[in-house]
Design a protein around this ligand. Structure first.
Ligand code: TPP
Length: 492
């Protein structure tokens, strides 16, 4: 039979029409607003690749290794705020994605990873390229599914996007056996799908917000300690954070994952917190009487010894994930909510109650100025060699005012970039924080299309991008004829 004739073009299909599992995947991705997919083909996903080949809108970015596909999707998600989508085959394709999945789980990156699986009648037979994908990826995903019945496929795919992107974002895996990709079922659109039980709490308790704001107004030595949760909440959270910091006049520091939520050029900015942070950020955290943690999780690179961390402070902790509260550090006032919604409520209460910072804040700033004067990030430059710190300072100076996206590998250069590059906006800094994955930088850099890449010693690709949409054939292998032919097919 003519293969072309057997494939229904998804854009011509009305909801409720019978589609193959592979066509359902393509249609569901499009209905979820997906434009780019990062992937690598294999036997167990070929029906999906065939359906993709028939489609004119989805752009497939062919990678060289499935781990790279997941990192590219992570970079895409971090820089655009949209979920990254990955398509890989069964067995080794799925297992190669595990490092990326773990990385995304630790850094709360929304990903939908679709894996092929052997046909349902072969599951459990040690079939060729079979592995227990849901078993292997259970601890490194927010949720995962093995779809045995094609009738469940539309619902599962839409639920996958809901779970990946709402509440605390994270990676999900949808494992689809090959025979399910061929079978037909009625397509159901996203508007009909609501998860039965999953309801992340988004709005804060206003009584708790009022208590928090009174604690803030009474504090003599307050400091904001922000994290990746502000970035994940979306650009509005960063805007509201700026407003709250200005309203209160408090100093602010951030974790590695939170860089860019507050402009580094602002005088209230103290620089990075923790093991690689500035003297002033760490002494502020240690001596403060009120620590306001916003979308940060008190990880060991920030706290060091937990029994000696910020010993004199009361602690407020805003997080969308209740599991973070009192996990590492006991806090006095938890706020469970989406960061933007909580920040909006905080600003409202501060203004409505006409609150003002305690006059003690002036002495606190005087103390901070003395710590800052130590200039903890200074270094002895050289006339004989280019020091990495100098290189990053020059890159910052030369790219200032342009839209610059930075990705790093892991190690010393990562810390120098975090310390020295002055991030002004969210979603421009892509680095592996929680897992510390070497290989992340190259992969995540591949989502930067139209980017100028400046590799600096030792493994630091820095991208300055005009954020052009990805070209259809971008990153297809060029060297070998056979793989070029394959990539043409798969880059669609
Ligand atoms: C996949 C992986 N393997 C090993 C490590 C451990 N590790 C962390 S930093 C580092 C060295 C990095 O050296 P380089 O890439 O030269 O960067 P530099 O620290 O010199 O800036 C290693 C091996 C890691 N983070 N990730």
């Amino acid at each position: 039979m003519n293969k072309e004739a057997s494939i229904t073009h998804p854009e011509n299909v009305a909801e409720g029409m019978e589609l193959t599992g592979a066509e359902i995947v393509v249609r569901a991705l499009k209905d979820q607003g997906v434009r780019h997919i990062f992937g690598y083909p294999g036997g167990a996903v070929l029906p999906i690749y065939d359906a993709l080949f028939q489609d004119n809108e989805l752009v497939h970015v062919l990678v060289r290794h499935e781990q790279g596909a997941v990192h590219a999707a992570e970079g895409y998600a971090r820089s655009t705020g949209r979920p990254g989508v990955v398509l890989v085959t069964s067995g080794p394709g799925a297992t190669n994605s595990v490092t990326g999945l773990t990385d995304a789980l630790m850094d709360s990156v929304p990903l939908v990873v679709i894996t092929g699986q052997v046909a349902t009648h072969l599951i459990g037979n040690d079939a060729f390229q079979e592995c227990d994908t849901v078993g292997i990826t259970r601890p490194c995903t927010k949720h995962n599914w093995l779809v045995r019945d094609v009738k469940d496929l539309p619902r599962v795919l839409h639920e996958a996007f809901i779970i990946a992107t709402t509440g605390r974002p994270g990676p999900v895996v949808v494992d689809i056996p090959k025979d399910v990709q061929f079978k037909k079922a009625k397509y159901v659109g996203p508007s009909h799908i609501r998860h039965k039980t999953y309801r992340p709490r988004l709005d804060p308790d206003m009584d708790v917000i009022r208590t928090a704001m009174r604690m803030m107004a009474a504090a003599k030595r307050p400091v904001f300690y922000t994290g990746g949760g502000i970035i994940n909440s979306g650009p509005e959270a960063s805007r509201l954070l700026r407003e709250l910091v200005k309203l209160t006049g408090f100093p602010i520091t951030s974790t590695l994952m939170g860089l860019g939520a507050y402009p580094a050029s602002d005088p209230q900015w103290l620089g990075l917190i923790g093991m690689h942070g500035t003297y002033e950020a760490n002494l502020c955290t240690n001596r403060c009487d009120l620590l306001i943690a916003l979308g940060s999780r008190f990880d060991d690179r920030v706290t060091g010894r937990v029994d000696a961390f910020s010993p004199a402070s009361k602690k407020i902790h805003l997080d969308i994930d209740p599991a973070q509260i009192n996990k590492n550090i006991r806090v006095d006032l938890p706020i469970i909510a989406d960061a933007a919604r909580a920040l909006r409520a905080m600003i409202k209460v501060w203004k409505e109650e006409k609150l003002a910072a305690d006059p003690g804040l002036a002495a606190w700033w005087k103390q901070i100025a003395a710590w800052r004067a130590k200039n903890s990030l200074s270094f002895k430059n050289s006339t004989k060699l280019i020091k990495p710190q100098h290189a990053i300072d020059r890159l910052y100076a030369l790219t200032r005012g342009r839209e610059v996206y930075i990705t790093t590998e892991v190690g010393q250069h990562q810390m120098w970039a975090a310390q020295r590059f002055k991030f002004e906006e969210p979603n421009h800094w892509m680095t592996s924080g929680g897992l510390g994955t070497m290989g992340y930088g190259l992969g995540s850099n591949c989502c930067m299309v139209g980017a100028i890449r400046i590799p600096i010693p030792r493994h630091c690709p820095i991208s300055s991008s005009s954020r052009k949409p990805m070209a259809r054939w971008e990153y297809a292998p060029r060297s070998r004829t056979s793989s070029t032919a394959r990539s043409r097919r798969c880059s669609r």
